[in-house]
Ligand binder design. Sequence first.
Ligand SMILES: Nc1nc2c(ncn2[C@@H]2O[C@H](COP(=O)(O)OP(=O)(O)O)[C@@H](O)[C@H]2O)c(=O)[nH]1
Ligand SMILES: [Mg+2]
Length: 348
Amino acid sequence: MINIEDYGFEYKDVIEASDIPARITAVHKERYTMVCKYGEIKGILKSGLYFNGSYADFPAVGDFVLINYNDKGDSLIIKTLPRKSYFTRSNNFGKLGEQAIAANFDYVFILMSLNKDFNIARLERYMAIAWQSGGIPGVILTKADLCQDAESYVAEAESSAPGVDVISVSALTRDGIDRIKSLLKPRKTAIFLGSSGVGKSTLINCIAEEELMKTGDIRQEDSKGRHTTTYRQLIMTKEKFMIIDTPGMREIGLWDAMEGLSEAFLDISALEKSCRFSDCTHTKEPGCAIIEALENGSLSPDRWKNYQKLKNENLRSEDKMAYLRMWREKIRTMEKSQRHAYKNRNKR
Ligand SMILES: Nc1nc2c(ncn2[C@@H]2O[C@H](COP(=O)(O)OP(=O)(O)O)[C@@H](O)[C@H]2O)c(=O)[nH]1
Ligand SMILES: [Mg+2]
């Protein structure tokens, strides 16, 4: 038996005695992994309830939900309970609304590595996101072993994030691990945010003192299709600290929009720059690099269409384009797989 209160459940007074609460520990494409009093289980959304509602109610990792328990297969998730903190991917462009991507954390740690990743302007933006979320922010500067003067970076981060704990840490030497552990508490949840590769999963393993997460070294090996590292998940340590690991700022939609834009359309803007005419419309001009790339297959027609469509939406700032594009793709796959899972639920 699992005690859901060890997972931070504090809503006992607001649910019925017959209700079964669960906490979402991982969100997969079509299913959710959860813990409830019966242990770790899988579930899917009760379709009629969720698909007529708002995307904001779709469960995120860390959410507390009510379920119809099924001991023979997927349980049905029937309600998302109110969140005390959350991150959303917001979308200002229409009907989709916003969707939570992680919920009910007590602390938000922004991770940056001390080799190449340190960037004070980005830290300030992440801090703004962290303060808005409802969690208590902290900063972890990782890979201190690769840096000559970690202390000066700590001082710089402290001055730009006043009142916030800034800890430098090395998973290699374990310097700083105890300080991080002193900020965690049993039954409380922390979320680790930071670019892919900064050492989030490695640090979680270090804190947990067991291999709970796959880390970068392993990811390269299974890059062929097993997407284990792309999920957000909530882990529980032996000391009952919970940590939500995220694959990266970009993957969860909290990425720097400008970075994201250049990543999303770098190929196309490079092509546009190499057209013979600077005002090329990419329709019929000689020496058009876009037409050539479409013909030789190095640019896919879908990608080009997508880019044009977004341009035509007349969004003023370019970073919104990349944001919107990613959002729509995610929603589309999510809806499709949810429907599929619902249709096939009795066949499992
Ligand atoms: N030198 C050094 N390397 C580290 C440290 N922490 C993580 N790494 C390495 O950084 C890479 C990415 O780590 P990972 O935990 O997967 O990053 P994540 O994507 O943020 O989860 C791996 O190769 C780790 O071995 C550290 O403290 N020092
Ligand atoms: Mg990781």
